[in-house]
Design a protein around this ligand. Structure first.
Ligand SMILES: NC(=O)c1ccc[n+]([C@@H]2O[C@H](COP(=O)([O-])OP(=O)(O)OC[C@H]3O[C@@H](n4cnc5c(N)ncnc54)[C@H](O)[C@@H]3O)[C@@H](O)[C@H]2O)c1
Ligand SMILES: C[N+](C)(C)CC=O
Length: 487
């Protein structure tokens, strides 16, 4: 039984309810987890409040917090194989991808550990005679953190590491369908010496635990990664006590390929952009925009490569693409493509579930390329979150940028060209939080991550990622206090 960590104790749900955790490759039950509810969330919030307001955590020097966060990184590195296998069991992604995630995750903890004691505040030149003025950064308080199923531990690490480094306490709710690596990591945080009540883990559904975290008056900040519709609900709930709010939402990310790009690289990266983790990536380059003069050659080359993508178990070293996360999500991807066909898109390859008998117990969908797409189609505008790429063509640079920006989302985008000036012109006009030139889907702890437009509010990672977990306080001191005699 996977339990919840509340105030330093591993507990079952107060209701006694549990949930089966399913392997998306074969639908086997891989674990049973406590299914918490609002009452469990309330207890965890109260513990985090108490730990922040009245326990020794607030007095621990920043350097000590930094050491603790470093130790979490050490333990993640020690247990990376076990964590990677749990992540692959839970999500279906290949163990190779999960090992890459674990390496990134340890790096995130190290990055924020290093930052923990580097901020000594700032002296302001006071305009008032005989006074001093300075700015200090303080933790926000109790943080509610809600994470999705596609990168369960990676997305959690982007929240846990800065929150702890900045001196907050927290309650995390992972996706109810992928809690395994979060449970293990909370065990590691205990082992690293994080005091009781500072980190709390509540398992359960978004409607109960997630809604409580978003609306509860004792939570000072809510940090959410997930879909746009949930993000809007959380934003509304967070208004009840004007919480600090960080939203990392979805994307419908364009990848522009100009005729002068290095052809083989652009084809290869167009595939990397969308077929890793079966396209279940917020920044997946699902909208391919190809210059007219190379459109047909590009599509042919892409289809020839896509034919060879090997689907299978994440635990088989030859597998390149695993299943989708769940039956419900598979049926959404099926509907998304079927609607695209009705709208007039042509299936160049894929467009169906595989017929291979070995894949029939898993939630597989074939890697799919849709051509004859136009920007007004739902299949081009909506985030499908599956292994599906739509192809549009353009004649001129301005048209490529206009098509790229024609979206409610603004998470990420790519440009492939050998003309540096053209690349720079394009990326400066693209309304997205991350843009890549001649590359795709790169992220690292030092650079901020987040979205323009409806892809979110705020930034994770980088210096900004720490600042999200800090309040800014101005301290003014009068060095020559005397009556003003105004009244
Ligand atoms: N921008 C990013 O960095 C980023 C990263 C990863 C995933 N995502 C996005 O996440 C989405 C896929 O994840 P998902 O399907 O798990 O998203 P989701 O919005 O369905 O769920 C995310 C989390 O929110 C919880 N939740 C659901 N309803 C809630 C409510 N009413 N109140 C509070 N919490 C609630 C869920 O239980 C889960 O833990 C995609 O849209 C993807 O683009 C974005
Ligand atoms: C943010 N990222 C790219 C790690 C995962 C998005 O789903």
């Amino acid at each position: 039984m996977k339990k919840m960590l509340i105030n330093g104790e591993w507990v079952e749900a107060s209701s006694g309810e549990t949930r089966d955790i399913i392997n998306p490759y074969n639908q086997e039950v891989i674990a049973t987890a406590a299914e918490g509810n609002e009452q469990d969330a309330k207890r965890a919030i109260a513990a985090a409040r108490e730990a922040f307001d009245y326990k020794e955590w607030a007095a621990i020097p920043a350097a000590e917090r930094g050491k603790m966060v470093h130790q979490i990184a050490n333990l993640i590195e020690r247990d990376q194989q076990e964590l990677a296998e749990l992540e692959s069991l839970d999500t279906g992604k290949t163990v190779e991808e999960s090992l890459g995630d674990m390496n990134d995750i340890a790096g995130v903890f190290r990055y924020f550990a290093e930052m923990a004691d580097k901020d000594g505040g700032e002296i302001i030149e006071s305009p008032i005679p005989h006074s001093t003025s300075r700015v200090v950064h303080e933790p926000v308080g109790v943080c509610g953190q809600i994470t999705p199923w596609n990168y369960p531990l990676l997305q959690a690490s982007w929240k846990l590491a800065p929150a702890l480094a900045a001196g907050n306490t927290l309650v995390m709710k992972p996706s109810e369908i992928t809690p395994l690596t979060s449970v293990k990591t909370f065990e590691l945080m205990e082992e690293a010496g994080v005091p009781a009540g500072v980190v709390n883990l509540v398992l359960g559904s978004g409607d109960s635990v997630g809604a409580e975290l978003s609306g509860n008056q004792d939570v000072d900040l809510i940090s959410f990664t997930g879909g746009i519709h949930t993000g809007k609900k959380i934003m509304q709930a967070a208004s009840s006590n004007v919480k600090n709010l960080a939203l990392e939402l979805g994307g419908k990310n364009p990848n522009i390929v100009f005729a002068d790009a290095e052809f083989e690289t652009a084809v290869d990266q167009a595939m990397n952009a969308v077929f890793f983790h079966a396209g279940q990536i917020c920044s997946a380059g699902t909208r391919l925009l190809v210059e007219e003069s190379i459109h047909d050659d590009f599509v042919n080359a892409l289809v020839n490569r896509v034919k060879n993508i090997k689907l299978g178990s994440g635990f088989d070293a030859s597998t390149q693409m695993g299943p989708l996360i769940s039956k419900e999500h598979l049926s959404k991807v099926v509907d998304y493509v079927e609607n695209g066909k009705k709208e007039g898109a042509t299936v160049a390859i894929g467009g169906d579930q595989p017929h291979d008998p070995e894949l029939q117990n898993g939630f597989f969908y074939l890697p799919t390329v849709l051509t004859n797409c136009t920007t007004d189609m739902r299949v081009v505008q909506d985030e499908g979150f599956g292994p599906v790429i739509t192809v549009e063509s353009f004649a001129r640079e301005e048209e490529a940028v206009r098509l790229a920006n024609d979206s409610i989302y603004g998470l990420s985008g790519g440009v492939f060209t050998n003309d540096i000036a053209k690349a720079e012109r394009c990326v400066r006009k693209m309304r997205m939080g991350t843009v890549w030139i001649n590359d795709v889907n790169l992220y690292f702890p030092h650079a901020p991550w987040g979205g323009y437009k409806q892809s979110g509010i705020g930034r994770e990672l980088g210096k900004t990622g720490l600042e999200e977990y800090q309040e800014t306080k101005h301290i003014f001191q009068n060095l020559k206090p005397e009556p003003v005699n105004w009244f």
